[in-house]
Design a protein around this ligand. Structure first.
Ligand SMILES: Cc1cc2nc3c(=O)[nH]c(=O)nc-3n(C[C@H](O)[C@H](O)[C@H](O)COP(=O)(O)O)c2cc1C
Length: 153
């Protein structure tokens, strides 16, 4: 089975929760793993990766800088392109397309992350510590179903 790594740097548990839902959706079709970025061993986890899924928290109107720095490191470590990448966003405020701009910029500059799933997911949390707002499940599940098609294509 192809290897998929779902990465996050969740602080209050909400983005980690969504990574777990995605994990459940993918685990029968892919060798799937979830990791906090601080626990990733490049040799063990990044070599041989087929797909990378990035949980991104919106902090001060922008995609969190730590996770952006981390994916830049992956790019300089990996010699071969990661075949498939997807991003999803966690936020508290009403979603604005420009929130994701910094992540688009980061991804656009990388050499080894190229095929990026265009239909990103954004999940709203209640207050700046969460929990996940009611009514987000349907869109999360729809995202997972479409993501599977992208990953298999
Ligand atoms: C310091 C701070 C700044 C934040 N700034 C924003 C923001 O500008 N826009 C927004 O929609 N959410 C903002 N949030 C809410 C975060 O997006 C939310 O806490 C995060 O996605 C939760 O993820 P976690 O539970 O996995 O840590 C902020 C949260 C914190 C703690």
């Amino acid at each position: 089975m192809e290897k998929i790594l779902i990465i996050h740097n969740s602080r209050f548990g909400n983005s980690k929760g969504v990574t777990q839902t995605i994990f459940e959706g993918l685990k029968n079709d892919f060798e799937t793993k979830i990791d906090h970025i601080k626990d990733i061993d490049f040799e063990r986890d990044i070599n041989g990766l087929y797909g990378l899924i990035i949980a991104t928290r919106i902090i001060s109107l922008r995609p969190n800088l730590e996770i952006r720095k981390f994916i830049k490191k992956i790019d300089s470590y990996r010699k071969k392109t990661i075949p498939k990448t997807a991003v999803f966003y966690m936020h508290e405020m009403k979603w604005r397309e420009h929130f994701k701009k910094g992540m688009d910029k980061t991804l656009g500059k990388l050499n080894n992350i190229k095929s990026i799933y265009p239909n990103y997911l954004e999940v709203t949390v209640d207050g700046n510590r969460g929990s996940i707002m009611e009514g987000q499940e349907r869109k999360i599940n729809e995202y997972i179903n479409n993501l599977k098609i992208f990953l298999k294509s």
